[in-house]
Design a protein around this ligand. Sequence first.
Ligand code: ABF
Length: 217
Amino acid sequence: MTQDELKKQAAEAALAYVQGGIIGVGTGSTVNHFIDYLARIKGRFEGAVSSSDVSSERLKSHGIEVFDLNSVGDLSLYVDGADEANGRLQLIKGGGGALTREKIVAAASETFVCIADESKRVDVLGAFPLPVEVIPMARSYVARQLVKLGGTPVWREGFVTDNGNAILDIQGLEIQDPMALEQQINNIAGVVTVGLFALRRADMLILGSPNGVKTYE
Ligand code: ABF
C-alpha cells in the first residue's frame, strides 16, 4: 500500500467519531482526505471550524459550512494530522505552518483525534524539526534562546504564517520530556506557539498501516 492509501485509511476511520454539531478540522494531506470523506456524510453534522485557510477553502468547496471559533462554543471533536506521535500520544505538529490555529482548536475541543500513516509513530519525538511560530521582530532573539535549549533553529525563510508571523524549525532535538520543553519554549518572549502538543496531547491516535487501522487511546 502507498503512504497515501494509509493516510486515507486513517482519515476514513475517523468518520466514526463524527457525531454531529460543529467539528474542528485541521490541516495537511491526511486531513484533506478526511475533508473529502466528510463531504459524504454532510447531513450528519452542522459544519466545521478549520485550522487553516487552505482547509477552510476545501471544506467550502464541498458545501460544508465553516464557522468562526468565536461564534461557536467548545467543540466536541477535533480531527487533525501530525508530523510525529509518540506512545503517549504527544505530538509534533506544524510542518505545514498552521500550528497556532491547530493548538487553539485542539484546546477548544473535548476530544482530539489524530490521524496519520504509521510512519509518523516514533519512540522519541524530535527527529522531525520542531516548528516554533515567532513574532517577526523576535526571530533572532528566540533563536538564541532555542540554541541554549540544545537545538539548532533554522528560519523557514520566505514562509509567513496565516497570522503574519515567522517559523523557526528546531533541528537536532531528542525530546525526553515533551511537557517540560513545551513549557520552556512557551515561556520565551516572542514565541507565539511551539508545535509540541504534549500539555494538550491527542486523546486518540488512528494510524493507517498495511495490516489495517491501528487505534491508540
Ligand atoms: C498538520 O498537517 C500539521 O500539524 C502537520 O504538520 C501536518 C501533517 O500533514 P500530513 O497529514 O500531510 O502528513 O496536521
